[in-house]
Design a binder for this molecule. Structure first.
Ligand SMILES: [Zn+2]
Length: 239
């Protein structure tokens, strides 16, 4: 077996977004300082980390590496589903009693637009069945010169299909204007890309996790809806 070089370790770590802070490596039992993909310092040995990158901080963070398991809804629990809709990728977030529970993306690569919309609609129905949201927050569509009118029309048709779906499923919903939810979350930046990056940085700040911009926006939309529309029906006593 050839001797492991520090460059080999650096290269291996780099693939997973990790890095090596230490500048010296003697053997597998050498105590070294690593940095995980979320920027936490990890004090360990290459023997422990070479097969499994384990950061104790990330391991304790419920928002990191989410499990694909459904969480059954408790009695009286209130759930909000946030959706960030693009033509092919849907970012989603699910809040339970005001707290983020899950997030993810759904992607479809079908070429035909209506076939794609139909797939997204069926996915939404599954999400409703699986997670039982009491409320759905969708992002409003906006005309952007750089993107063009064709995309705007495509998104408008998709939104109509999704609204009809929510109507049929009898789930209350709200369309959240992009400027409104971004302002509420504290998103900054001039360009669309800057704003997306800003939302990703906010998610990192709030939950200590790095997510895609589709997920980040969906969490922002969900959070905005939770704090602004998530009024649970009050129990009124008529006595
Ligand atoms: Zn970490």
């Amino acid at each position: 077996m050839s001797k492991i070089k520090i460059e080999d370790i650096q290269e291996e770590l780099y693939k997973d977004g990790w890095s090596l802070i230490s500048t010296e490596y003697k053997n597998l039992d050498t105590e070294m300082i690593f940095e995980c993909s979320e920027g936490h310092r990890v004090y360990s040995t290459w023997k422990k980390l070479r097969n499994r990158r384990e950061c104790p901080v990330c391991q304790r963070n419920e928002f990191k590496d989410q499990k694909e398991v459904l969480v059954p809804k408790k009695k009286g629990e209130h759930r909000v589903l946030g959706l960030d809709q693009a033509t092919r990728i849907s970012g989603w977030s699910l809040f339970s009693d005001g707290k983020l529970l899950r997030y993810g993306t759904f992607e479809t690569q079908l070429d035909d637009e209506i076939a794609r919309d139909n797939t997204i609609k069926n996915w939404l129905i599954s999400m409703i069945n699986n997670w039982q949201p009491d409320f759905v927050a969708l992002e409003g569509i906006q005309y952007q010169k750089q993107v063009g009118v064709t995309t705007f029309e495509t998104l408008a048709r998709l939104q109509g299909i999704l609204l009809n779906c929510l109507y049929e499923e009898q789930i209350p919903y709200e369309i959240c204007h992009t400027a409104a939810w971004r302002k509420y979350c504290g998103v900054s930046g001039r360009t669309r890309a800057d704003k997306k990056r800003s939302m990703q940085m906010l998610i990192k700040e709030w939950y200590d996790v790095s997510v895609s911009n589709d997920c980040a926006d969906a969490i922002g939309i969900g959070k905005y809806a939770v704090d602004n529309f998530n009024k649970q029906p009050e129990i009124i006593s008529w006595e």
